[in-house]
Design a protein around this ligand. Structure first.
Ligand SMILES: Cc1cc2nc3c(=O)[nH]c(=O)nc-3n(C[C@H](O)[C@H](O)[C@H](O)COP(=O)(O)OP(=O)(O)OC[C@H]3O[C@@H](n4cnc5c(N)ncnc54)[C@H](O)[C@@H]3O)c2cc1C
Length: 331
């Protein structure tokens, strides 16, 4: 690991000042939260910053505020373990709590933070291999495209075929969450969905619009009275692992027999960003029955373009949607 300076600001303004000093040179200064992803990147020479800005001494960013209308405001330093066990999150934003609980191991959840999880870098093994100068690291080729692409994108890929690894992101997008980004020049708020970018839309070496001098300080999850939700994730192994594919579904259902009035459906593990599938969600509206669930599955993968080794994700996504809808029908 290359030697680096460690800044330990105690206010957000101090942290922003540290970032601003070096913002012209991207990646010379890196934010440091729980370190669960960043330290691996440093040890594997994927990033070699001159300075880390440790956010953990800044007070107030480790809290979840429940607003009067039931919306949540989650500070970036809230740990995944805290979010998974938080009573309001569990009761009213189940998909978010379930997604947090599905992440890594108990140790990772107790150190890893919400801000770090949403900003973690891809797990594609070409990106993670120091010796592979892939597109994501400023090279000229996505080696996964013609290479070992079992874990890569079937939707939204090209020219890079990474999948976004965060479990939390699809669940938060399903709840129309909004992020606050603070920079030295001010603050901006945008939907989490718009925070993420596709490789063809923006800088291929990035996954989001976060500027080098910005910190994601909070995530606001608006209250959705009358909605139920779930997060279903499929992993290759029983112990901790990233999603091969996942689905976050939120529905507003009424009556008996149950009818769905409104729905959100977002896929994880299949695209370079959380993959919102509004047409699939529309197919869920109406009678809550397996015919509509299957139609939603078909629509969710309608535009899929699998690579040589990942066509299995197409039926997998359809199956996960059925599983999620079955679970919701029992609540
Ligand atoms: C073995 C293992 C298994 C895992 N399994 C899963 C899994 O199943 N699902 C899943 O979703 N994740 C998984 N992860 C990833 C893990 O959840 C994330 O790495 C962790 O949440 C990152 O949080 P952190 O606080 O440790 O971030 P750090 O490692 O400190 O930071 C991660 C990145 O985010 C940036 N960053 C941190 N905070 C902010 C902020 N507030 N604003 C802007 N940028 C910021 C950092 O600069 C860095 O680039 C796994 C990780 C490991 C090591």
């Amino acid at each position: 690991m290359k030697a680096f300076e460690l800044a330990r600001p105690v206010t957000l303004d101090q942290a922003l000042a540290e970032l601003e000093k070096d913002s012209a040179k991207r990646d010379r200064t890196k934010l440091f939260a729980g370190g669960q992803d960043l330290l691996t990147e440093l040890k594997e020479h994927l990033v070699e910053p001159d300075k880390l800005v440790d956010l953990k001494r800044i007070p107030g960013l480790d809290r979840i505020e429940v607003q009067a209308d039931g919306s949540l405001v989650i500070g970036c330093l809230v740990t995944l373990a805290t979010l998974a066990e938080h009573p309001e999150t569990r009761n009213f934003f189940s998909a978010v709590a379930e997604a947090a609980r599905s992440i890594g191991s108990a140790q990772i959840r107790s150190q890893g933070t919400v801000g770090g999880n949403l900003n973690q870098r891809p797990r594609c093994w070409y990106y993670r291999n120091e010796q592979a100068p892939c597109l994501k690291k400023g090279g000229s080729e996505c080696f996964a495209y013609a290479g070992l692409n079992k874990y890569n994108a079937i939707l939204g890929g090209g020219p890079s075929y990474i999948v976004h690894p965060s479990d939390l992101a699809p669940a938060l997008v399903a709840f129309d969450a909004e992020v606050t980004l603070r920079g030295a020049k001010g603050e901006r708020k945008l939907s989490l969905e718009k925070f993420y970018t596709l490789p063809a839309e923006a800088d291929v070496t990035r996954e989001s619009v976060l500027a080098p001098d910005e910190i994601l300080t909070h995530v606001r999850v608006p209250a959705k009275p009358g909605w139920t939700s779930t997060y279903v994730k499929f992993k290759e192994r029983g112990s901790y692992d990233f999603a091969l594919a996942s689905v976050a579904v939120a529905v507003r259902a009424t009556g008996s027999p149950r009818a769905i009035q409104d729905a959100r459906l977002v896929l994880g593990g299949v695209a370079p960003k959380p993959w919102s599938a509004p047409k699939a969600a529309e197919a869920l509206v109406g009678v809550d029955d397996p015919k509509n669930w299957a139609a939603a599955g078909n629509r969710a993968v309608a535009g899929a373009e699998p690579l040589a080794h990942n066509a299995y994700k197409v039926p997998l996504v359809k199956g996960l949607i059925l599983k999620a809808m079955e679970a919701l029908a029992k609540r």
